[in-house]
Design a protein around this ligand. Structure first.
Ligand SMILES: Nc1nc2c(ncn2[C@@H]2O[C@H](COP(=O)(O)OP(=O)(O)OP(=O)(O)O)[C@@H](O)[C@H]2O)c(=O)[nH]1
Ligand SMILES: [Mg+2]
Length: 215
């Protein structure tokens, strides 16, 4: 089974790098070698994480400088480079896409990447984080990104705002982020373990209308 893990935008890259640093010790699925890939509109960020294969999108519109939290630019970037994205999702049985829904690249490009992966024949699972409470202006575009996910895309939402609240005031932001990354990794690990064991499990999204999701 070919499993591909795609980190989109800044958060997506942070998460994939976090997983790669674990060396497979904590999460057995890592020993199964998922193929990791980063997709970003930010050339410098891809360069920083160059130990993982990167795909730069949208260079013609943002010049490799990221989307400045503008999801419309992220959407256009993915659309204009859909041929490149099609190539990197070919041949995968399962594609996990990790992104921040509130980010310009993450929120804008993720629905298109997920759609192309589905068209290429993969089961697609998006793992997305929503904004922290102090990032309220990003909420509308995060909600829009979720609405833009096709009905063929399963998704799991991780809410930064709820996470911070749940962890209480004594934890620092890096603690909260570490914890969130660990939860996302556990979910991917669990799904892959089930699939590899051949358990009869379907990955679906049953309802195209998405309301509030809770932790
Ligand atoms: N939990 C968690 N959230 C993160 C992390 N990095 C960024 N975020 C959240 O992600 C959102 C911003 O998304 P980014 O991924 O930085 O943006 P991007 O997709 O790169 O988009 P552009 O920079 O606009 O091209 C904000 O809500 C951040 O709080 C992280 O490591 N962990
Ligand atoms: Mg960025």
């Amino acid at each position: 089974m070919r499993i591909r893990l795609i980190g989109v935008g800044g958060f997506g890259a942070n998460f994939v790098v976090f997983l790669n640093k674990l060396n497979g010790g904590d999460y057995p699925f890592l020993t199964g070698n998922p193929e990791c890939l980063l997709i970003n509109t930010d050339a410098a960020a891809l360069d920083r994480d160059k130990e993982i294969t990167g795909l730069l999108i949208g260079h013609a519109i943002v010049g490799g400088n990221g989307c400045g939290m503008n999801a419309e630019l992220g959407r256009q970037a993915a659309e204009m480079d859909s041929a490149k994205i099609e190539k990197v999702v070919q041949g995968a049985d399962v594609v996990f896409v990790c992104a921040a829904f509130g980010g310009g690249t993450g929120g804008g490009a993720t629905p298109e990447i997920a759609r192309l992966a589905h068209l290429a024949g993969a089961k697609v699972i998006v793992l997305g984080v929503t904004p922290f409470a102090f990032e309220e202006p990003l909420l509308p575009q995060a909600k829009k990104a979720i609405r833009n996910l096709s009905v063929n895309t399963a998704y799991v939402e991780f809410q930064n705002a709820k996470l911070q609240e749940a962890m209480g005031g004594e934890n620092t932001l890096p603690d909260a982020i570490y914890k969130m990354n660990s939860w996302i990794a556990e979910i991917i690990d669990g799904i892959v373990c089930q699939l590899k064991a051949g358990h009869p499990m379907a990955i679906r999204r049953s309802c195209p209308v998405l309301g509030e999701c809770r932790l």
